[in-house]
Design a protein around this ligand. Structure first.
Ligand code: FAD
Length: 334
């Protein structure tokens, strides 16, 4: 690891003043320090935002939920109002990683973490995501068992953030602050597909800091759930995860949002699955049909065909869980 400067900031203005010339924001530091230790990045300066008090805190107000980017995954998982009214978000935060990591990991850092693709994470590979000259995604003809099964033709990495899944399903917005002012970005516009920008995963520009995440108050009758499936029972990233937000009128679904986590290079909604549920009474066959519809456009690689079946199961069970027709699936992990 190369030498770097470390600047501990106490205010947002102080942090903004330190950004530029390759300086990198550090929150919990879990992903950032991994990348530095793996020699994937060598920033000259770390701007520590961990001690900026105004970036902490969870506020429940009449318009929705206001989350500081330094709120930890544990705080989200344990918050009574988030558990009650934004269940998919507390489920996602509460089943990510390990208790120790959840105590340290921040929401801002979680949605900004970099892909886990081993070709990206290994300094031995000239991956185009790292600005390398290789035109081919190494996963296409390589070891691709954990890679994308949808939208994978340019780059087959998957975005690993669990909390991004419910945040997209709940129409959350991210506030970005820079020296030029503030802007709000909808979660649906936050992640950038590799076809548009193969190097950066988000619209966050150099010099911008996430200063708030806003989740609008759910419509009456909203129920939500999130489930994660993985190779190991804990301590692991998902290999399939689904977030489901339903607006229910009794047993009939008036509106459905279905988001798939590690299926594609960005968290994505499945319109095909949502259409299956809308206007229907939710039961087992309808939930299974939604899972099947979501996977109709899948283009699995040589070693990850199993993920299409896993996603069908994840969607089917998460729909039933959200509709209140199933208890949490014991085979889901976390
Ligand atoms: C064993 C293990 C299992 C894991 N399992 C999961 C899992 O199941 N699900 C999951 O989602 N994650 C999982 N993780 C990843 C972990 O949750 C993330 O690394 C963590 O959430 C990152 O948060 P952080 O605060 O440490 O971010 P940092 O490492 O500090 O930052 C990460 C990135 O975000 C940027 N950043 C941070 N805050 C801001 C901000 N306010 N504005 C702009 N940019 C910012 C940083 O510059 C950096 O690029 C796992 C990690 C481990 C080690």
């Amino acid at each position: 690891m190369n030498k770097f400067a470390f600047v501990d900031c106490k205010t947002v203005d102080q942090a903004l003043g330190q950004l530029g010339d390759g300086a990198v924001i550090k929150a919990g530091g879990i992903d950032l320090l991994d990348l530095m230790k793996e020699d994937i990045i060598s920033p000259p300066k770390l701007v520590n935002i961990r001690n900026i008090d105004t970036l902490r805190g969870i506020t429940v107000s009449t318009d929705g939920l206001h989350l500081g980017p330094l709120v930890t995954l544990s705080e989200i998982a344990d918050h009574p109002e988030i558990r009650r009214s934004y269940s998919a978000l507390s489920d996602a935060a509460g089943h990510a990683a390990t208790p120790q990591i959840r105590n340290m990991a921040t929401l801002g850092g979680n949605i900004m973490q970099r892909p886990r693709c081993w070709y990206f994470r290994s300094s031995d590979f000239d991956c185009k995501k790292k600005g390398g000259s290789s035109n081919e995604c190494h996963a296409h003809n390589g070891e691709n068992q954990y890679h994308a099964i949808l939208n994978n033709s340019t780059c087959a990495m998957v975005h690993p953030s669990s909390t991004a899944v419910p945040l997209l399903g709940m129409n959350a917005q991210v506030e970005l602050t820079s020296k030029r002012g503030k802007r709000m970005v909808a979660m649906s516009d936050f992640y950038v597909p590799p076809e548009k920008d193969v190097v950066n995963e988000t619209v966050v520009q150099p010099g911008e800091l996430i200063t708030r995440i806003f989740v609008p108050v759910p419509a009456q009758g909203t129920r939500s759930a999130y489930q994660k499936y993985g190779e190991k029972e804990s301590f692991d990233w998902p290999i399939a995860d689904a977030g489901v937000v339903l607006v229910m009128d009794g047993t009939v679904c008036r509106k459905a949002v279905i988001v798939l986590g590690v299926a594609a290079p960005t968290p994505i909604r499945s319109k095909a699955a949502e259409d299956v549920l809308t206007g229907k009474t939710i039961d087992e066959p309808v939930a299974r049909a939604a899972g099947k519809a979501a996977m109709q456009s899948a283009t699995p690689l040589s070693q990850n065909g199993y993920k299409t079946q896993l996603f069908q199961t994840a969607i089917y069970r998460t729909v039933l869980l959200a509709a209140g027709q199933m208890q949490r699936d014991p085979s889901a992990i976390g």
